[in-house]
Design a protein around this ligand. Structure first.
Ligand SMILES: *[C@@H]1O[C@H](CO)[C@@H](O)[C@H](O)[C@H]1NC(C)=O
Ligand SMILES: *[C@@H]1O[C@H](CO)[C@@H](O)[C@H](O)[C@H]1NC(C)=O
Ligand SMILES: *[C@@H]1O[C@H](CO)[C@@H](O)[C@H](O)[C@H]1NC(C)=O
Ligand SMILES: *[C@@H]1O[C@H](CO)[C@@H](O)[C@H](O)[C@H]1NC(C)=O
Ligand SMILES: *[C@@H]1O[C@H](CO)[C@@H](O)[C@H](O)[C@H]1NC(C)=O
Ligand SMILES: *[C@@H]1O[C@H](CO)[C@@H](O)[C@H](O)[C@H]1NC(C)=O
Ligand SMILES: *[C@@H]1O[C@H](CO)[C@@H](O)[C@H](O)[C@H]1NC(C)=O
Ligand SMILES: *[C@@H]1O[C@H](CO)[C@@H](O)[C@H](O)[C@H]1NC(C)=O
Length: 503
């Protein structure tokens, strides 16, 4: 693995004495932006790609590729000399599985149903009536064979339990809407090995069943164990530590691929800004947060806020020191839009805590100053900003889009291809260093630099968090007046990743 070498002209990257610090200029947007280059961003992305390549093609929580990502971040941040760097360890349940499926001699791509047992089955495939929610849906032939059940009406757990009760040796659940089907059985239970498949494959198999007996062979090889993982926290040594700017991205990928846009782009974007920032003086401290286990349900960010200052319930005194949180999860999507979280609620009728509107407006002004278009992005609660919104911290950030298809209107505004996903490689093996939009990556990282420079010098227009009303907006009503750019993390985890989709 090669290391990044971002050397800022004329300035050593080792620790500076306080005299040297005093000599540094105050940070400005222009000066910080000037230090952001596409060469550095791509070199950092290549480092993450190399880490994935050396560790089975992914950087998923609980695996060696994620360990190496954490080590890389700690080392790179420590080398700047400008930060107090720490890791926050926490333990989460890791579950993953290899699944294999062949029906009538044809191989199909199956997905693990989280909490399902390991095992194999080779027998006839028997179609279950309706949605398999009722014992009467299971014909007697299910006993000793493999049950074939449509998604719908009841939880996957009910289907898997009923199939086992009817004597099934294995269970296949097929999607009733487009897309693959990676769900969860919700808890450990009495199930046969269970696999999810997509709608097209489900229909193809149904057609075969219509014309005679079909055999199915399935294998589930699952592991479920508690594993330690780490958030990485780096706060400027200088600046007011009672009025802190926080910004973050997640360090884990899904199992299916290296995760270089999701979220290598956010990771490297903020890391590059962190390095550049050490050349300047700040008035307010800046804390860079690198989250683990986002793909498992935003576990790192929620753990961090719960345990802030060592208290399990979350210490409101400490939360109140955080003046704002900026989130960067996918900022270089190949068929991108320039999305800004809708802090003022003008697009989606779902605003962030007081101050979020200014954060959104400040981002908008940046793109307008560069004569670039922008669109609002929904606070869907599907990335790490959710933990901050739920604690009353004003939040914002950038998002260039995931699995959702680009509209004609967006293609007119941003170029790219209408009718194609904003990121065709979302949660797949193709999310590599070769499939980033360099244009979006550079512009958005300059945009991060602009916001960091602004809030590192002044909190004007952004009120301090009122800890007593902090948790009020926990589950805001959502009115999808405008369009969501995707990023259905909890519903589309990789073939081996844990899913929270229950039915
Ligand atoms: C990750 O690092 C921890 C601590 O060093 C170690 O215990 C664990 O085995 C590592 N995981 C892998 C998959 O290498
Ligand atoms: C199951 O089906 C039977 C027979 O159709 C019906 O009487 C019963 O109410 C159903 N149970 C549930 C839980 O739907
Ligand atoms: C994981 O840790 C939790 C909390 O300590 C415990 O309840 C659970 O049984 C553990 N799970 C496994 C699979 O070890
Ligand atoms: C909690 O915050 C106080 C004051 O900022 C600090 O002195 C102390 O070290 C912190 N404790 C932990 C466990 O972080
Ligand atoms: C919260 O942290 C502050 C220091 O920042 C400390 O004085 C206070 O005791 C902590 N509160 C709790 C409930 O731990
Ligand atoms: C906006 O949301 C609020 C609840 O949060 C609701 O009362 C109001 O009717 C919504 N307005 C629109 C235009 O949907
Ligand atoms: C790049 O993305 C395309 C889909 O847009 C995919 O087919 C291809 O495999 C990816 N290339 C690499 C090198 O990952
Ligand atoms: C925080 O909000 C509560 C409830 O609205 C209010 O009573 C209190 O005065 C506020 N505190 C500050 C410091 O603004």
């Amino acid at each position: 693995m090669r290391t990044t070498s971002i050397v800022v002209a004329g300035l050593a990257s080792c620790a500076l004495s306080s005299a040297e610090y005093d000599y540094k200029p105050d940070v400005t947007s222009e000066a910080l932006q000037e230090l952001i280059t596409i060469e550095d961003l791509m070199a950092g992305s290549q480092d993450l790609q190399d880490i994935a390549d050396a560790n089975g093609g992914n950087r998923a929580f609980g695996g060696a590729g994620h360990n190496a990502t954490v080590d890389y971040l700690v080392k790179t941040l420590e080398e700047t000399g400008g930060y107090e760097v720490s890791t926050q360890a926490f333990v989460e349940l890791f579950s993953a599985a290899t699944v294999e499926l062949s029906v009538g001699g044809t191989e199909y791509a199956g997905s693990y149903m989280t909490y399902g047992p390991s095992g194999t089955a080779g027998a006839s495939l028997i179609k279950v009536a309706n949605f398999g929610c009722n014992a009467t849906d299971y014909p007697a032939e299910v006993s000793g064979n493999v049950a074939f059940i449509s998604r719908g009406t009841c939880d996957f757990r009910v289907k898997a339990t009923s199939a086992k009760a009817a004597g099934a040796m294995g269970t296949i659940i097929y999607n009733n809407v487009p897309g693959s089907l990676a769900g969860t059985l919700g808890a450990v239970g009495d199930y046969a090995p269970t696999i999810g498949i997509d709608q097209d494959d489900g229909q193809a198999i149904l057609a075969q069943l219509g014309s005679g007996t079909v055999s199915a062979d399935l294998l589930v090889d699952a592991i479920s164990e508690n594993r330690t993982t780490w958030n990485v926290v780096a706060e400027t040594k200088e600046g007011d530590h009672d009025n802190v700017l926080t910004l973050g991205g997640h360090t884990d990928s899904v199992f299916a691929g290296p995760g270089i846009n999701d979220d290598g782009s956010g990771t490297i974007g903020i890391l590059t800004v962190a390095k550049a920032l050490t050349n300047f003086k700040v008035k307010n401290a800046v804390r860079f947060l690198f989250w683990s286990a986002e793909e498992y349900g935003k576990l790192g960010s929620f753990h961090y806020l719960r345990t802030l200052n060592g208290t399990i319930s979350g210490n409101q005194t400490e939360v109140s020191k955080i003046r704002a949180y900026l989130n960067f999860d996918m900022i270089a999507s190949p068929n991108y839009v320039l999305g800004i979280y809708d802090g003022d609620g003008s697009a989606f009728n779902l605003s962030g805590p007081a101050g979020s509107a200014k954060i959104e407006r400040d981002f908008e002004k940046f793109y307008e100053s560069k004569e670039k278009p922008h669109v609002p992005a929904l606070f869907s609660f599907r990335s790490d900003y959710a933990a901050f919104l739920e604690n009353g911290v004003p939040a914002g950030g950038l998002f260039t889009g995931a699995e959702v298809l680009k509209t004609e209107e967006e293609a007119r505004l941003f170029g790219g291809e209408a009718g194609v996903a904003l990121d065709a490689n979302y949660h797949q093996a193709g999310d590599t260093v070769d499939n980033l939009s360099e244009e979006a990556f550079l512009l958005n990282t300059q945009s991060i630099a602009n916001s960091v420079a602004m809030y590192a010098m002044s909190w004007e227009g952004i009120p301090k968090v009122n800890a007593t009303i902090a948790k009020r907006d926990a589950h805001l009503h959502r009115h999808h007046a405008a369009r969501d750019l995707g990023h259905t993390h909890e519903h589309l985890s990789g073939p081996c990743g844990a899913s929270t989709l229950l039915k």
